[in-house]
Unconditional design. Structure first.
Length: 393
């Protein structure tokens, strides 16, 4: 079970073309160099590497293994694309990496007729019904809304409310990313990594609709879920994109906190309470503020100023005495626009980004951890480990 402030990430690795002869010749290999540049120790962190192959080089995805310092690492391989002759063009290699602060590691991908993996991977499995896709302790809908049906590591963490991605138009009206034609596909079925992809179109008004792709990803080594949306809007009618998650906690008080350079925190004691972190990013005018109080009557609680950073850190927690919902907002504050995180005492979470200028493509990725409180000693890692990717050669 993931601990309260442990975070992790998915990293796409671009490696050089493998070196070998045609398929059936001596084993070929490629090297993947990974290093930590944030000064953070990573323990069993998920890595997803895409390795390209020349035409005819590899036909059987099982004829692949991954080694670190001569020792084989448990690996999951998935064919991403094939050449016209059916040989593999691109292969996704998923594994868990442990790396020290500022350390560099070199992994070796071996492939060929005589290459057989001797280490069996274990972890996540996928079960499907007509209505749902179950991955470990998390159940996802077959439609894009509601997206998350259940999270039950200890108690049920998903409540009633807006559940999934929405986009807002010029008038501020929210539209769910869902349609009758939505398709849910299990792209990766575990055991190390599971990826579910939803594709469809959403009506924005009149005869206009936008295409979307939603990726939901879970690793076997951490109890987090990454929710990522890409929406194409050629007519630039969309003004913002949001991820909505209804969570359920026990009796009050509930605690909330945000990473703001010195860790801002507070509590809910009444069913009317609400808190919002707003981050505005403008060239030379970056600033964040936190407003807290009865919903609709929130007052300024804290803001950027003095020695504190002008851009907040994009992570935080909502919790009661037993459960913690930890979050991280990917690429928070990195582009001009307005970022908001809102949480109310009914359990509704909303993470929104409104870019400064209309655009033809909108993207948003949110990480959610469902964890226990209090955090066992020795299990804490900074949430920055998720928001600062490893450096890959």
């Amino acid at each position: 079970m993931l601990k309260t402030s442990t975070m992790c990430f998915i990293l796409i690795i671009a490696s050089a073309w493998p070196t070998s002869g045609v398929y059936g010749a001596s084993p070929g290999s490629a090297e993947i160099s990974v290093r930590d540049a944030a000064g953070i120790r990573r323990n069993a962190y998920p890595v997803s590497g895409r390795v390209p192959f020349a035409k005819g080089e590899l036909k059987d995805p099982s004829a692949v293994r991954l080694l670190l310092n001569g020792r084989e690492i448990a690996t999951q391989v998935t064919v991403e694309s094939r050449w016209p002759d059916a040989s593999i063009k691109s292969l996704d290699v998923d594994f868990n990496a442990s790396i020290g602060p500022l350390e560099r590691q070199t992994y070796r991908v071996e492939f060929g007729n005589d290459v057989k993996s001797a280490v069996a991977a274990s972890g996540l499995s996928v079960t499907q019904t007509a209505e749902a896709i179950q991955v470990g302790a998390v159940r996802f809908g077959k439609t894009a809304s509601p997206l998350v049906l259940s999270v039950a590591y200890r108690q049920e963490d998903i409540g009633k409310g807006l559940n999934g991605f929405t986009v807002s138009d010029e008038k501020g009206t929210a539209h769910e990313l869902n349609s009758e034609a939505v398709t849910a596909e299990v792209v990766k079925a575990g055991p190390i990594d599971v990826l579910i992809r939803y594709t469809g179109k959403a009506a924005i008004g009149g005869n206009y609709s936008v295409g979307f792709v939603l990726d939901v990803e879970m690793p076997n080594s951490k109890s987090w879920v990454k929710y990522a949306a890409t929406v194409d809007d050629p007519e630039k009618r969309i003004r913002g994109i949001a991820f909505n998650s209804p969570v359920t906690l026990g009796g009050f008080p509930w605690l909330w906190d945000f990473g703001t350079g010195s860790w801002t925190y507070g509590s809910f004691r009444n069913a009317s309470d609400s808190v919002t972190l707003t981050q505005v990013v403008k060239p030379g005018a970056e600033r964040w503020k936190i407003e807290n109080g009865p919903k609709g009557q929130e007052q300024l609680y804290e803001t950027a100023g003095g020695v504190r950073p002008k851009i907040a850190e994009g992570w935080g927690h909502f919790q009661d005495g037993k459960e913690v919902i930890a979050f991280a907002f990917d690429k928070f504050g990195q582009q001009p626009g307005t970022y908001t995180v809102t949480f109310d005492a009914h359990g509704q979470e909303t993470f929104q980004w409104i870019p400064a200028q209309p655009r033809t493509r909108h993207q948003l990725a949110i990480y959610q951890h469902y964890v226990a409180s209090p955090t066992p000693i020795g299990a804490v890692t900074s949430p920055a480990s998720m928001l600062n990717s490893l450096v890959v050669r």
